[in-house]
Design a protein around this ligand. Sequence first.
Ligand code: G3H
Ligand code: 13P
Ligand code: NA
Ligand code: ZN
Length: 319
Amino acid sequence: PLVTTTEMFRKAYDGGYAIGAFNVNNMEIIQGITEAAKEENAPLILQVSAGARKYAKHAYLVKLVEAALEDTDLPIALHLDHGADFEICKSCVDGGFTSVMIDGSKLPFEENIALTKKVVEYAHAHNVVVEGELGKLAGIEDAVNVSAEDASYTRPDEVEEFVEKTGVDSLAIAIGTSHGAFKFKPEQCTRNAEGVLVPPELRFDILAEIEKRLPHFPIVLHGSSSVIPKYVKIINENGGQLKDAIGIPEDQLRRAAKSSVCKINIDSDLRLAMTAGIREYMAAHPDAFDPREYLKPARAYIKELVQHKLVHVLGCNGK
Ligand code: G3H
Ligand code: 13P
Ligand code: NA
Ligand code: ZN
């Protein structure tokens, strides 16, 4: 059966690694991820956004994940990503998920507490765990200046009160990661010796402050795709046009995984790998029109990508 993240996070915290939380939208994505985890014997979080539920329908995603469970002997948690209100969280609790996120990070502090607490009360009564969020991730569309951006990092002086009053099981924080494949503008970056763009470093100082205030408490990082150049290159060499795609450097993600960060969210990297597989196949086979033909290399790239993450970024293989 599906598991909650309680045991996963406890082991990850003590073992100095992180669990990968991968966004799923269809069968090929689920198969690519779970085949990789099976080979690496890694615990997994499969997460579903409101958009994924709308696209594939709740029941299809639950059944596909159940099929993946039959196929692997792994601990897998099924998690709602970015629940916007009580209703969607309740619907996922009632519908078989083992974990939900209530994202009240855009609300004033007290309102975020009240909403998160309400979700925790319902979820815990049904043996489901809850992720809350404090701080705002910089989005690609936010034309924020440095001081405004500064104000949106998680405030360490709020975390204890938030966790205490809400009873959440994990906390997502903002320390400089961001959603999507264009996390930084080139002008925010410097160039290394090889001419590769290097984005500003994550705020490990803020993470350290949070750890001090919340000892042994699992921290979550959203917006943590590394935007692997290999897949961007394949896309752009086969008709795509992704200019200045920039992610979080993997050495920083490895450093985070060794800390109190127990869950690292990855969606954009899956999208890039899948698109690379499809574009490459279609460009080489202009006469192809059997979806199985072009989804097969797409699924294979997802598997390759996830295997790389589990072993070389998260460190959760064999756990
Ligand atoms: O954080 C958002 C995830 O990448 C899910 O994206 O809402 O387009 O499914 P989505
Ligand atoms: P990326 O866009 O960096 O993959 O982040 C995904 C995420 O945080 C999902 O909640
Ligand atoms: Na960790
Ligand atoms: Zn997110």
